[in-house]
Ligand binder design. Structure first.
Ligand code: FAE
Length: 521
């Protein structure tokens, strides 16, 4: 099927450039990867290193060209046409400030952050080459090993912690902040206030790793380079400092000369073809989101790496509409929000959190075992003193939703109920009620609406929908079809106990190792 180029462990043929992007209608390639986030980037790199040509299809933009302001990415404080995926009004995670709504109209555009609305929840996701790595906070957290059997029970934990987590951290460029610098950095005053309050209430306060270049951040603080983290850049992209996948896995994959990427290419269907392999239908978009063309290409193997939501939506639709009828009944199930809830606390005037706050979080409060919550101490980079402490909590929610095909509306629905967030709120309150009592402080009520304490309508961490060892075998091979795989956050059943991308990356490293060794060697 894949020919001589696949001979792992034997001499790998010299790279002949893969089919150039954008992929031509009717082309046939050995491997198509749908999506360029963590799962897709690991897959492309490891296959290419084994001598296999890979074509990646990404519905978002390349994000390699500056806009009229000379910058590729917009600032968090001033979202613009680049910021949202095909919306006509921004949907900022912090929708209000001092009680006033701050969302505004924007032209519909293939922007970088998708605030995808389902009936009970808005799911934030990155769009473009690099997927979520373009918009995330870079927090690169390996879950405590004690939590792992609750995250991926069928996976050998020792192998993950000895081999694949370290490999993922190396591939992502994960490092730890210089704590002596952090202790004095003005931009982390908010985090030191967060630590003080956590420790005064006897909660473990932990530093977490990141993919941000700390030397660059030091130079930002010293005023010798253009500011990124210290200039409120993050959820609409970082113009410098953050090592997104564009700088790590995808850069390495491109350097093999075996990986091509077609952008503004949205996959709509995958069907078996009589000659073997799969036909893949694609919509070509312009930057306004209009479909300007459709095309069909084919591949011996197709890797779904469109993210938990993207992969689940495709598979649910393809099973229900008869394109891939042999997928099993686990498709669409086991989806969770990683228990995300956000809140702010109003500090006393003597606990100022600083006018300049690094947009890259560095610390968390760990009450997972006692209360089911791990809270990251998050910035509020408004540029003015807010006397607020702000937190994103990850909680041990038991709730799992299911994607289903809505034939009448021709779309995929998600059964998440907003009321399920109450469990997560209760878990987060095990931390913040106690801190408020100790400090004599109260919750902020002006950040998410008029008198609204908890942001309980979103997640940044969608997980599940094609769960490992249920919808797939124990390495991501979809049941019912050979040559179809899931490689992204859809494999993880709803929760990782910490921020998820290191686990998504490590699991992809593990699965592609197995696929290469057993099918392509
Ligand atoms: P993902 O990175 O979402 O990539 C999927 C890609 O597939 C995207 O580029 C899509 O545009 C593309 N795609 C989807 N559908 C199609 C289609 N039909 N055709 C073609 N392409 C398609 O998937 N996690 C952390 O660990 N630490 C953090 O600090 C953190 N902060 C976050 C902050 C924000 C604002 C957000 C939104 C997320 C954050 N996350 C964080 C979550 C993290 O980015 C996410 O778990 C991963 O990006 C998921 O990786 P996947 O490979 O599953």
């Amino acid at each position: 099927m894949l020919g001589a180029a696949t001979l792992l462990g034997k001499a790998v043929p010299a790279a002949a450039a893969p089919l150039p992007a954008p992929i031509a209608p009717g082309s046939h390639v050995p491997v198509l990867v749908i999506g360029t986030g963590y799962g897709g980037a690991v897959t492309a790199l490891r296959l290419a290193q084994a001598g296999i040509d890979v074509h990646m299809l990404e519905m978002g933009q390349a994000w390699d060209t500056p806009g009229s302001d000379g910058k590729i990415f917009a600032n968090t404080r001033s979202p613009d046409v680049r910021s949202y995926w095909l919306r006509t009004r921004t949907k900022q995670p912090l929708s209000n400030f001092l009680g006033f709504p701050i969302d505004k109209d924007v032209p519909k555009h293939a922007g970088i952050l998708d605030a995808e609305d389902f009936a009970g929840i808005t799911v934030y996701q990155g769009r473009g080459v690099g997927g979520g790595s373009l918009v995330n906070g870079g927090m690169a957290v390996t879950p405590p090993q004690a939590n792992f059997s609750g995250i991926l029970p069928s996976v050998n934990a020792a192998e993950m912690y000895n081999l694949y987590y370290p490999r993922a951290r190396a591939g992502l460029g994960v490092t730890d902040i210089d704590q002596s610098w952090w202790e004095n950095a003005a931009a982390y005053k908010y985090a030191r206030v967060g630590r003080k309050h956590a420790e005064r209430s006897n909660f473990p306060h932990v530093f977490v790793s990141n993919v941000y270049d700390w030397d660059y951040m030091k130079a930002e603080a010293a005023g010798t380079v253009p500011k990124s983290a210290l200039n409120a850049e993050v959820i609409y992209g970082n113009n410098a400092g953050k090592k997104s996948l564009q700088q790590t896995y995808i850069a390495q994959a491109k350097a093999t000369n075996r990986v091509a990427i077609s952008t503004l290419h949205r996959v709509t269907s995958v069907t078996p073809r009589a000659a073997g392999g799969y036909n893949v239908s694609i919509e070509v978009l312009n930057t306004a989101g209009d479909v300007t063309a459709t095309k069909t290409v084919s591949a011996d193997r197709v890797f779904f790496a469109a993210g938990s939501v993207g992969t689940s939506k495709l598979l649910v639709k393809l099973k229900a509409t008869g394109a891939l009828p042999n997928l099993n009944n686990e498709i669409g199930k086991g989806w969770g929000d990683n228990g995300n809830v956000m809140c702010g606390r109003a500090n006393h005037m003597w606990d100022a959190t600083g006018t300049v706050q690094s947009s890259i979080p560095t610390t968390g409060i760990d009450n997972w075992n006692a209360g089911g919550a791990f809270a990251e101490v998050a910035p509020l980079p408004t540029g003015i003193e807010t006397y607020a402490s702000f937190y994103l909590s990850i909680t041990n929610t038991p709730h799992r939703a299911e994607f289903s095909w809505n034939a009448a509306a021709n779309k995929v629905d998600l059964s998440w109920q907003t009321s399920w967030k109450q469990t997560s709120i209760n878990m987060a309150k095990t931390i913040f009620d106690k801190i408020n009592k100790k400090e004599g402080t109260i919750y902020r009520t002006d950040l998410f609406g008029v008198y609204k304490i908890w942001h309980d309508g979103l997640t940044y961490h969608p997980l599940g929908g094609a769960v490992l060892n249920k919808a797939t075998d124990n390495y991501g091979r979809l049941h019912g079809y050979s040559g179809l795989y899931v490689m992204d956050g859809a494999l993880i059943p709803g929760n990782t106990s910490v921020n998820p991308f290191v686990t998504i990356t490590a699991l992809a490293e593990r699965n592609i190792d197995n696929i290469l060794a057993n099918e392509l060697a």
